[in-house]
Design a protein around this ligand. Structure first.
Ligand code: UT7
Length: 356
């Protein structure tokens, strides 16, 4: 059996910090309201020279260094984003232009659930035997689409990127189970109208037209509490594990109350939940790989730990995976896949057929 172990990880956020105190000067809000309703204290915001590409490249460079491989060793680059710098070409190709190599490259759109969707997609390529080394990036710069006169959305979002390198192994590491889903009919609860090829006439088409993110916070909240909990529980069950086997929950960082509800569904105390949304707000597809990076840096994840990644977002989409951490030695020239009994059986059968 082939698995896709996480052998490298990296993150990047812009330098510019937007605090709750800054927002108090912009809209009718307060640090107390934001902190108590969301858990966010500050978020990072792209400056004029930052982009989804620059953040992605910085995170990917770290992930590649940690894994000990280079961009030319990669077979595939998948970027999960809903804020690519361009629609033609893909964000993945823009990243590759900076990193080098000739890997296959494409984007994947599942908003804040995008990283777990992309991790699952990349894992399938490795498990199918098609690829051995894949770079998965979650990156978004949603502050470029936030209306800073709308207090119900401008307090939530920040920018960033996180990346992981996946490598083939026959150790049971990496993704052990995945649950993906979406309720498309709810898309208007969280979307950016006019951000795409179709712009309704009613929106008006001006060269300077910049659409804003629109959200029905209460509906998204209601959806998230159920979807995150259900998906996390199902992922643990599909992995054949008990709640007590879970060492760390690494959830999408949108709202502390939503994270708390998911943790309770898994019967986990908060010391087994990685929370960093106080520093970064909701970084969309980047939030889980950024949280993973920081949890590992803090020494909270060790070899063989079972992690749960769970996310929800625009779509309305949800995704959860159980990940077994580590287990793969530092990079050698060959992917870490030994001969399997299946390969031997096939070789024997071919040999028998030829000699008959
Ligand atoms: O990746 C997915 C991204 N989206 C999300 O994660 C959103 C999920 N939803 C949420 O996190 C929460 O619904 C919010 C944080 C957005 C809002 O919290 P809430 O507890 O659901 O508040 P609410 O929308 O029910 O609003 C309660 C009150 C309202 O005032 P009234 O009508 O009761 O007088 C709002 O106008 O709070 C008001 N309000 C604010 N007050 C101060 C809304 N935003 C603010 C604000 N500061 N920033």
């Amino acid at each position: 059996m082939r698995y896709a172990a996480i052998t490298g990880w990296g993150m990047s956020v812009p330098e510019r910090v937007l605090t709750n105190a800054d927002l108090e000067k912009m809209v009718d809000t307060s640090d107390e309201w934001i902190l108590s309703r969301t858990g966010i204290r500050e978020r990072r915001m792209v400056g004029p020279d930052d982009s989804t590409t620059s953040l992605s490249v910085a995170a990917a460079t770290q992930a590649l260094e940690r894994s000990g491989i280079t961009a030319s060793d990669l077979d595939l680059i998948v970027v999960a984003t809903c804020t690519p710098d361009q629609f033609l070409v893909s964000e993945a190709c823009l990243v590759q232009a900076e990193l080098g190599g000739t890997a296959a490259a494409f984007d994947l759109g599942a908003a804040c659930a995008g990283f777990v969707y992309a991790l699952s997609t990349a894992t399938q390529f490795i498990q199918a035997g098609l690829y051995d080394r894949v770079l998965v990036i979650g990156a978004d710069t949603l502050t470029r689409f936030v209306d800073y006169s709308d207090r119900s959305t401008c307090i939530l979002f920040g920018d960033g990127a996180g990346a992981v390198v996946l490598e083939a192994t026959n150790e049971p590491r990496g993704t052990l189970s995945t649950v993906l889903g979406a309720h498309g009919e709810g898309y208007k609860h969280l979307y950016i109208p006019g951000w795409g090829a179709f712009v309704p006439e009613s929106a008006g088409i001006f060269p300077e037209y910049r659409p804003f993110l629109q959200m029905n916070g209460r509906e998204v909240f209601r959806f998230a509490v159920t979807a995150m909990g259900d998906a996390a529980v199902e992922a643990v069950e599909r992995a054949g594990l008990e709640f007590g086997d879970i060492d760390m929950l690494i959830p999408h960082q949108a709202n502390l109350r939503i994270i708390d509800a998911a943790a309770r569904r898994l019967d986990l105390s908060m010391d087994k939940v990685w929370v960093n949304l106080d520093k970064y707000g909701n970084t969309s597809a980047a939030s889980i790989p950024i949280a993973l990076f920081e949890a590992e840096q803090a020494g909270k994840i060790k070899d063989g730990d079972n992690l749960v990644f769970v996310a929800f977002g625009g779509g309305l989409a949800w995704a959860a995976s159980v990940i077994r951490w580590g287990g793969v030695p530092k990079h050698s020239d060959q992917p870490h896949v030994s001969e399997t009994p299946v390969d031997e059986a096939v070789a024997t059968a071919i040999g028998a057929e030829r000699s008959s």
